[in-house]
Design a protein around this ligand. Structure first.
Ligand code: NAD
Length: 483
């Protein structure tokens, strides 16, 4: 495909230039295995300059701007993203391998983040606190300053929208390090933000490898807050690096989310959510509902219904817009295949699989969506995040057992519960360990407005919604002694 911009540049202080060492990284199209373009391989030196530029912008016009003015710029960015929706969709589909509909949904969500945070910027307020005679005490919400944003490859537009949008709304400046696997929409987004009037240096974008540009950003003493979305292993490194500088971090990590189906559930209503929760974005979703907990009374019926759906799933080129596209890389393909093989070797039964269409390019990263049945919750496939279109069905008898299984992993990101029993809905809402709980739905359409984040190994801190604005700001208490 042809690009309307130079893909191999980085953005620092409003200037697009090569990485300092002039090095680049090849970008592969996951649907075909072909090289799509090159992107810059940013280094520690580039990150250092980006942080200085972000600090200079903080000290300049942006730092003095009113919340209303900031909000207007963000709203304008949202409007412009909508104008670029087709281009963003096409790029993401080629770069990440997302079926076109899913790529478009991400572009629309990114626009919505800026619309939401544009409208929120001037609505964050402090409090007055009743205190001793002669005092007036109040609180202010202030920006951290320079914020670092390390983003993964699976939802580049949505995650950039939620973290950069929230940080800018609170008046911070940003250094964005997109994933080396998928940074093209971040580069176009930065051009859109410039076009919308975001002052120079407020957003700096340095693509590059995690161990180089990412590590340099998370350990930089000039960064005042880090938002990291990615794997648990890298999250630990980022937290440690930030800890050396006593810098707060938000960690949005992985998950092994359960979808719990009770005997009284509306199975027809649940079915599309149960399957989509596992195969959306080829299963490369942190909140994928990969563990299906099914009660004994509907167990066989549910497997039959899910199997029928699985058998109809088609996998192919992202631009063909089928149910499932390719995985991001050959490495990810090997990982997912090795989980499926491990399941089979250990004697697990495959209930059903989808199929790769006959004309899917030979070198694309395709895998058949796979549904395993009768899986015990202590099996590796029920405990580890696979990050591919693989779901396991786990049987249970009682509500207590369902809670124990649902909470029986080291993660706690999202849970889905399907039941018509109102009392049970409320009991489950209290009992499950998760940052988000969906009752008789799963995901609620993505919900830019809905605070999101995990507990346990799924991370901490909340992004999305108004709640995120507290994390992207610092509370200052002012006590005035006026006698
Ligand atoms: P990853 O951890 O490999 O990479 C994420 C980002 O960190 C990339 O930009 C990468 O370049 C960077 N990075 C790598 N090594 C680094 C280092 N040493 N220091 C600093 N940065 C470094 O994750 P991934 O494979 O890109 O994404 C998949 C993971 O992300 C999954 O575990 C998934 O669950 C998680 N995820 C979580 C959420 C959420 O909101 N909770 C959303 C999407 C993805």
């Amino acid at each position: 495909m042809k690009f309307s911009f130079e893909t191999d540049k980085i953005l620092i202080a409003g200037k697009w230039r090569n990485a300092e060492n002039n090095e680049t990284i090849d970008v592969f199209n996951p649907s075909t295995g072909e090289v799509l373009c090159k992107v810059a391989r940013g280094s520690a030196k580039d990150i250092d300059e980006a942080v200085l530029a972000a600090q200079a912008a903080m000290d300049g016009e942006w730092g003095r701007m009113t919340a209303l003015e900031r909000g207007r710029i963000l709203t304008k960015i949202g409007e412009k993203i909508k104008k670029y929706e087709d281009e963003l969709t096409e790029i993401e589909s080629h770069d990440v391998g997302k079926p076109v509909k899913q790529a478009r949904a991400d572009a629309i969500a990114m626009a919505r983040y800026f619309e939401f945070y544009g409208g929120s910027a001037d609505k964050v307020m402090g409090h007055t606190i009743p205190y001793m005679e002669g005092y007036t005490v109040y609180t202010l919400r202030e920006p951290h300053g320079v914020t670092g944003h390390i983003v993964p490859w699976n939802y580049p537009m949505q995650i950039t929208g939620r973290c950069v949008g929230g940080a800018l709304a609170m008046g911070n400046t940003c250094v964005l390090k997109p994933s080396e696997e998928a940074c093209l929409t971040a580069l176009l987004f930065a051009r859109i933000a410039e076009e919308a009037g975001l002052p120079k240096g407020v957003l700096n974008v340095v693509p590059g490898f995690g161990a180089e540009a990412g590590a340099a950003l998370s350990s930089h003493p000039g960064v005042h807050h880090i938002s990291f979305t990615g794997s648990v292993g890298v999250g630990k490194l980022v937290q440690k690096a930030a800890g050396d500088n006593i810098v707060p971090v938000t960690l949005e990590l992985g998950g092994k989310s359960p979808q719990i189906v009770f005997d009284d559930a509306d199975l027809d209503a649940a079915l599309p959510f149960l399957v989509a929760g596992g195969i959306q974005n080829a299963g490369q979703t942190c909140s994928a509902g990969t563990r299906i907990l099914a009660q004994s009374g509907i167990y066989e019926k549910l497997i039959e219904m899910m199997s029928e759906k699985y058998k109809a799933l088609q996998v192919g080129k992202a631009t063909d817009d089928l149910d499932v596209g390719p995985l991001i890389s050959a490495k990810q393909l090997n990982t997912v295949k090795s989980y499926i093989e491990a399941g089979e070797k250990s004697g697990l039964k495959i209930a059903a699989q989808g199929s790769i269409v006959y004309d899917a390019p030979e070198n694309g990263n395709y895998v058949s969506p796979t549904l395993f049945r009768d899986v015990s919750n202590d099996h590796k496939l029920a405990q580890e995040e696979i990050f591919g279109p693989v779901q396991v069905v786990i049987p249970f008898d009682s509500e207590e057992e369902a809670i124990k299984i649902a909470n029986g992993t080291e993660y706690g990101l999202v849970t889905g519960v399907w039941t018509r029993d109102g009392g049970r809905q409320l009991r489950m809402a209290k009992a499950v360990k998760a940052g988000q709980l969906f009752i008789n739905n799963y995901g609620a359409g993505g919900g830019v407005e809905l605070p999101f984040g995990g507990i346990g190994k799924s991370g901490f801190g909340r992004e999305k919604g108004f709640e995120a604005l507290y994390g992207f700001s610092v509370l200052k208490t002012v006590a005035v002694n006026h006698g």
